[in-house]
Design a protein around this ligand. Structure first.
Ligand code: NAP
Length: 281
């Protein structure tokens, strides 16, 4: 039997409608949620991501400020800009698009963003808050995955979740969020010796690797929920995830497509974080 799709576009639309209504409420009180997006250099993929984020802001009635700088910008200049935005009352969220040019220390730049405007959730204070269960911004991609599980009323308590990938922006925060919901969590990575043995035990698998076909049908327990975070290109140059979608959908209970799955949810959760930052003010 074919798995049910968790449609990230439809779910995003639903959440963004709610965001737009909350933005109007805030505006009536004289506050327009504002997101500043900084792009340094001319990476074409980054330019697309940034455009989509600004578009989403505009569609939900938020204020967006896009600042683009040449790759020749110095780190000190970028830090100055971030500090100025930290002080700007019309800005509730600051996002510095990664990757940055090699002469810049991305972590140092992120740590310069005020934690109360860190809507990407990458600041060490945000990571610490997530780890300890304190309030703070959650990184948008794993947060979007949690919303997808919520949308199918999936109760994680006592379930075994396997996260493939341990990056600071996806894998580790994903594992922590699943843990907060009482799942038993296994984190796999490039040194995991028998990935299939792990994933076959999983009620939920989150693939966040960045390699095609990391998860194939023979690695999935029948009925499992499969969330595909990966963004790769197939031989025809088309966007695809980490999961062998055609094969795995015949075994899984639920599956997210690529495109149209986790990707739109990531931007939606950025809007949620920015809105909530403004609401806190
Ligand atoms: P990353 O920093 O490169 O991390 C990849 C992780 O995968 C690492 O932890 C790595 O292990 C692990 N890994 C590599 N090969 C593996 C293998 N054969 N088996 C098991 N684990 C393996 O990537 P990321 O930033 O987390 O992103 C992961 C993917 O998600 C990428 O395709 C990225 O484009 C995509 N992404 C999508 C969105 C979205 O909105 N949809 C957002 C962010 C990222 P080690 O730690 O041992 O090296």
């Amino acid at each position: 039997m074919s798995a049910q799709l968790i449609d990230g576009i439809a779910l995003s639309r639903h959440i963004r409608t709610d965001i737009a209504a909350r933005v109007q409420t805030l505006k009536a009180r004289g506050v327009t949620p504002g997101l500043a997006v900084i792009l340094v250099g001319d990476d074409p993929a980054s330019a697309v991501y940034v455009r989509n984020k600004v578009k989403a802001c505009n569609e939900t009635g938020m204020h967006s400020l896009l600042e683009t700088y040449p790759a020749s910008m110095t780190e000190a200049q970028l830090l100055d800009r971030v500090q100025a935005l930290n002080q700007d009352p019309s800005i509730h969220g600051i996002l510095v698009q990664l990757p940055l040019p090699p002469h810049m220390d991305a972590q140092k730049v992120i740590e310069t963003i005020s934690p109360d405007k860190d809507v990407d959730g990458f600041h060490v204070a945000s990571a610490g808050a997530l780890m300890t269960g304190l309030p703070g911004f959650w990184p948008c991609t794993p947060y979007g995955c949690m919303k997808m599980l919520e949308s199918i009323n999936y109760d994680l308590r006592g379930k075994h979740a396997v996260v493939i990938g341990r990056s600071n922006i996806v894998g580790k925060p994903m594992a922590m969020m699943l843990l907060h919901k009482n799942a038993t969590v296994t984190i796999c990575h490039s040194a995991t010796t028998d990935l299939k043995a792990m994933t076959l035990q999983a009620d939920v698998v989150v693939a966040a690797v960045g390699k095609r076909n990391v998860l194939t049908a023979d690695m999935v327990k029948p009925g499992a929920v499969v969330l595909d975070v990966g963004m790769n290109r197939n031989d025809e140059g088309k966007l695809c995830g980490d999961v062998d979608f055609a094969g795995v959908r015949e075994v899984a209970g639920y599956i997210t497509p690529v495109p149209g799955g986790v990707g739109p949810m990531t931007i939606t959760m950025l809007m949620v974080n920015t809105l909530e930052s403004a609401e806190k003010k």
